[in-house]
Design a protein around this ligand. Sequence first.
Ligand code: ATR
Length: 272
Amino acid sequence: MDQYVVFGNPIAQSKSPLIHTLFARQTSQSMHYAAQLVPLGEFRVAADAFFADGGRGCNVTVPFKEDAYQYADQLTERAKLAGAVNTLKKLDDGLVLGDNTDGEGLVQDLLQHQVTLADQRILLIGAGGAARGVILPLLAQQPSSITITNRTLAKAEALVDAFAAHGPVNAVALDELAGGQYDVIINSTSASLSGQLPGIPESLIQPSKVCYDMVYGSGPTTFNQWAQQLGAKVVLDGLGMLVGQAAESFMLWRGLRPGAKQVQRELRRLMQ
Ligand code: ATR
């Protein structure tokens, strides 16, 4: 049976084995997907052993996405620009391809929720690895602009420099956002995980707006509760992105696109 794995540290919390097992069942694929805790500094050892044993592909999560980027023999364009790899695939010629499906997972989740991205003004809050990974796939949807804002403005400006050749990106300081108009507001910071808000003005949230928090929990995230109270039209959390990125990885490995909605519903039910 074809073997797949997710590498991370910690890993016990990972939902990837469940998601891929559900995908495999849904699409009648004969495959096994496990989770493996990798000691810090030992990503290469673990990946070498996995592929030497005949492993077909793996997902890579915190804190090894940069190690996986270094490990890959070839990189997709989106992985190159993300500077991080969450999916490795052993190719027929024996080389290992590195991809990053996180951003496409976000885009697919937004599109599945009937959120329009083309010609829309996107506000991306945060300028860490999570933000970097979604910019190219968002630009591929041809928004009218992506404005990046961050507590540390210099990091937002550095991302603008990295992506300016690929589309309309700009940086604005948090305290200069008031009065701006953004159609889709995406929180890529981890602020909600510690019960904090990322610091954008309340005035940006209006009834017509879409708000997306890239993190998720058993209930609405801190950012989403805030956006909902302020009347945002559509409020989504990162569970859909998690399932979406998994679906993209599955597609890369198996050549089939699994249905994400059903799996998302199942995960939501299990998290209650
Ligand atoms: P990740 O890879 O998950 O993006 P990261 O690279 O550490 O993690 O980046 C975290 C992002 O969340 C950063 O943009 C960070 O802002 P700074 O660059 O100013 O540190 C942002 N962030 C984290 N906690 C935050 C909070 N409580 N309020 C606002 N921004 C926060």
